[in-house]
Write a protein that binds this ligand. Structure first.
Ligand SMILES: *Cc1c(COP(=O)(O)O)cnc(C)c1O
Length: 470
C-alpha cells in the first residue's frame, strides 16, 4: 500500500483549519464535512491510480476552499432570464406578483384558516378560498383548484369517464412539454380514447357518428404549442355544446363537454398584439368544464384550475383522487394574491409580471437595451451591440405568437457564442441567454430591473479576469 494514504489529512484536523472554519458563517458543518469527504475521496482515487506523487496539506486545503467557494447554499435558486421566453417552463414559468408573494408570506408564516370556517367556528374547506373569486372572474358557477392542469384533466376524465369513452379529435391529440400527452392521460384515467376525424380536419358529424351508449365525454384540447394550417376544419365549442344537448335528450347519463384550454387567459390581451382564447368565452359557449394552468398566462403559481357547472364540480370535490392532487396553502395564497388584481384589468397588466412583460412597449424595451449596451461598452474586454429580436410567450402558447423586442449581444474577447453561454450560465447568479445566428444575446423583455446591475457586475468581473490572464 502506498505511503501516500497515510499523508491524507485527518478530517478533524481540516475542520479546525482557520481557512475552512471561516465558511461556517455560510454553511453547516455537515455541509463542509461533505466537501472535505468528497475531496479526500478524490485523493484516494488518484493515489490508487498512481496519479499523485505527493500530498501537500496546503494544497488539500486550497482544493477544499475552491470547492466551497463554488458551492451554492441552495440547489433551487434565482437565475436571470435573458431568453425572451416569458413563460419558460425550465426557468419556473410565471413570476409571482408582489401581492401574491406578500400573501404567501403572511399565510405561511402564521397559522391560518386553511380548513377552518371562521364564521361557523368549525371545519371548513381549503377549496373555498379562491372558488368565489375565480368563478366571478370567468363567469362560471363553480371552481376547483388542483396541483396543475395535468391533474385537472386527469381528475375530470377519471371522475366522469372511467371505463367509458372520451371522444377527441385527432387534430387535438397533443403532447405538451414532453410528459403531458392526451392519449396517455385518458388511458391513465381508465377511460377509453375514441379518436375522431383526421389530423387536419374534424367535423361535427365525426363526433356524432362516434357517439354511442358508452360515450361519457366530448373533450376539446387547445393545441397550444402547435398549429395546423392550410386545409383545416375544427369543430367549435358552440357546435360541440349543441351536439351534446341534442344527444343528452335521450340519455340517462348525459355526455359531459370538457375543454382543456392550456394557458387559460382571463383578460383580452389582443391590444398587445397577442390573441389567446378567453376562459370566459369557453364558459359562455356552454362547455360544462374548462381546465387551465395557474402558472401560464394567468401569471400565478403552479396550479390546475377547473371551472364550470356546479353539479359536476361538486362531484369532483368528492372524488378520492382529489386528495392526491390537493393544493397546499402556499398555492392557494399565491393564487388568491394573483387573481385579486384581475378585478382591475389595467392594474393586472402592471402588477402581474407575466402580463407586464407581454405589455412592455417598444420604447421601454429599446431604452432598456440601449442602457444595458452603454454600460457594457464601458467594460474592458467585452463588447456589445443591440439587435432586433422576437420574444416568445411560451408556456404552450402558439409558436408564431412572437413579440418584437431587442437583444443585447454580448461578445467576450474572441470566445465563440456557446462558450459565452457556458461561462454566463456558470456564474453565482446564472445568466441564461439565447444564441441567434452565432451571437449570444440577452432579450431585454424578460430581464427584471434588478437584473441589470447583476449582469454588469458579472461581466465586469469576467472582464477583469480576462485582463489578469492575458
Ligand atoms: C400546459 C398544458 C397542459 C399541462 O398543464 P400543467 O399545468 O403544466 O400541468 C395541459 N394541456 C394543455 C393544452 C396545455 O397547454
Amino acid at each position: 500500500m502506498s505511503d501516500l494514504y497515510r499523508e491524507i489529512p485527518q478530517v478533524a484536523k481540516l475542520l479546525e483549519d482557520a481557512s475552512l472554519k471561516s465558511f461556517l458563517s455560510r454553511f453547516y458543518i455537515s455541509e463542509i464535512k461533505e466537501v472535505i469527504d468528497e475531496t479526500l475521496a478524490d485523493l484516494r482515487t488518484k493515489i490508487k491510480n498512481n496519479e499523485l506523487k505527493e500530498i501537500k496539506y496546503e494544497e488539500v486545503v486550497r482544493l477544499i476552499v475552491e470547492k466551497l467557494n463554488k458551492k451554492q447554499i441552495y440547489s433551487l435558486r434565482k437565475v436571470i432570464n435573458g431568453t425572451g421566453t416569458i413563460i419558460h417552463t425550465n426557468l419556473g414559468r410565471s413570476l409571482l406578483s408582489e401581492a401574491a408573494i406578500k400573501h404567501v408570506i403572511e399565510v405561511c408564516a402564521n397559522y391560518n384558516n386553511l380548513e377552518y370556517n371562521l364564521v361557523k367556528g368549525e371545519r371548513g374547506s381549503r377549496y373555498e378560498h379562491v372558488e368565489g373569486m375565480m368563478a366571478r372572474l370567468v363567469g362560471s358557477e363553480a371552481c376547483l383548484v388542483v396541483n396543475n392542469n395535468a391533474a385537472a384533466v386527469l381528475l375530470s376524465v377519471s371522475a366522469f369517464a372511467k371505463n367509458k369513452e372520451v371522444v377527441v379529435s385527432r387534430g387535438e391529440l397533443v403532447e405538451i412539454g414532453g410528459s403531458f400527452r392526451i392519449p396517455e392521460i385518458i388511458e391513465t384515467s381508465g377511460a377509453i380514447l375514441r379518436e375522431v376525424g383526421t389530423t387536419n380536419r374534424t367535423h361535427l358529424s365525426d363526433y356524432e357518428k362516434a357517439t354511442n351508449d358508452n360515450t361519457a365525454i366530448y373533450l376539446k384540447v387547445h393545441p397550444s404549442n402547435y398549429q395546423i394550417i392550410g386545409f383545416t376544419n375544427n369543430v367549435t365549442n358552440d357546435e360541440i355544446v349543441s351536439l351534446a344537448k341534442k344527444m343528452n335528450k335521450e340519455r340517462v347519463k348525459p355526455i359531459i363537454t370538457i375543454e382543456d384550454l392550456g394557458s387559460g387567459c382571463l383578460i383580452d390581451l389582443s391590444s398587445s398584439g397577442y390573441k389567446e382564447n378567453l376562459v370566459s368565452e369557453s364558459i359562455k359557449s356552454g362547455i360544462d368544464l374548462v381546465t387551465f394552468s395557474g402558472d401560464k398566462l394567468l401569471g400565478g403559481p403552479q396550479a390546475g384550475i377547473i371551472v364550470g357547472k356546479k353539479n359536476l364540480i361538486d362531484q369532483l370535490k368528492k372524488h378520492p383522487l382529489l386528495r392526491a392532487f390537493r393544493v397546499d396553502k402556499m398555492t392557494i395564497a399565491a393564487l388568491e394574491g394573483t387573481i385579486r388584481d384581475y378585478f382591475d384589468e389595467e392594474k393586472a397588466k402592471r402588477t402581474i409580471p407575466t402580463l407586464k412583460m407581454i405589455y412592455l412597449s417598444e420604447s421601454e424595451l429599446r431604452e432598456r437595451a440601449l442602457m444595458l449596451y452603454e454600460r457594457i461598452k464601458c467594460i474592458e474586454g467585452i463588447s456589445s451591440e443591440v439587435i432586433s429580436v422576437y420574444s416568445t410567450i411560451g408556456g404552450g402558447s402558439l409558436p408564431h405568437s412572437q413579440l418584437a423586442s431587442y437583444g443585447v449581444v454580448i461578445k467576450i474577447s474572441n470566445y465563440p457564442a456557446h462558450e459565452i453561454e457556458r461561462v454566463l450560465r456558470n456564474q453565482e447568479v446564472p445568466i441564461i441567454g439565447r444564441i441567434v445566428n452565432d451571437k449570444f444575446l440577452l432579450d431585454v423583455r424578460t430581464l427584471l430591473d434588478s437584473d441589470i446591475d447583476i449582469i454588469i457586475n458579472t461581466l465586469d468581473r469576467i472582464g477583469r479576469s480576462l485582463w489578469k490572464t492575458s
